[in-house]
Design a protein around this ligand. Structure first.
Ligand code: NI
Length: 178
């Protein structure tokens, strides 16, 4: 079932999420619905607050590891810095160069509550940092300087007014993975 995606201005996106404590069939159905919604958008990651739920979980697919779910994620082992275009399904349209750690390790729980960890670089490292930020009530524009934020919001306005087509085929966290 497709779920409506919350967009910038919705307070749920600015609210830190509660830990996931129950790993039951309802959680599995939610993960399925979120994956369906993510692929439909299309995107490569979707966090619970983006569908209105203040829970520490997200789904993702970097195009290499298949569809995955992670609850209660912790990002550690940050190394290096890399600046690449980033976007968000909750800020549909714009992309902006955004600084992130180049490599990370992300540890969290699967749908059965079992802990696992994944070392990540490139797209997957960016997904982990972007989605974990969502669970802390942060958006990628909060990682930009004032000029960057203003640029994204101006782009967003142009998309909303229909002056530009959203870039569906390019970039990151929205559109096809290159
Ligand atoms: Ni996002």
């Amino acid at each position: 079932m497709l779920m409506p995606i919350r967009t910038l201005g919705d307070p749920v996106l600015k609210t830190p999420c509660h830990p996931v404590t129950v790993f039951d069939d309802a959680l599995k159905r939610l993960a399925q619905d979120m994956l369906e919604t993510m692929y439909d958008a299309p995107g490569v990651g979707l966090a619970a607050p983006q569908v209105g739920l203040s829970k520490r979980l997200f789904v993702f697919d970097d195009g290499a590891g298949g569809p995955l779910f992670m609850a209660n994620p912790e990002v550690t082992g940050r190394e290096g810095e890399i600046i690449e275009d980033e976007g968000c399904l909750s800020i549909p349209g714009p992309f902006h160069p955004t600084p992130r750690s180049a490599t990370v390790v992300c540890r969290g729980q699967d749908l059965d509550g079992a802990w696992y960890e994944l070392p990540a670089e490139g797209l997957l490292a960016r997904i982990f940092q972007h989605e974990t930020d969502h669970l802390d009530g942060m958006l990628y524009i909060d990682r930009l300087d004032e000029q960057g934020r203003r640029s994204v919001l101006a782009d967003l306005r142009r998309f909303e007014l229909g002056l530009e087509e959203p870039r569906k085929k390019r970039g990151f966290l929205r559109g096809e993975v290159e």
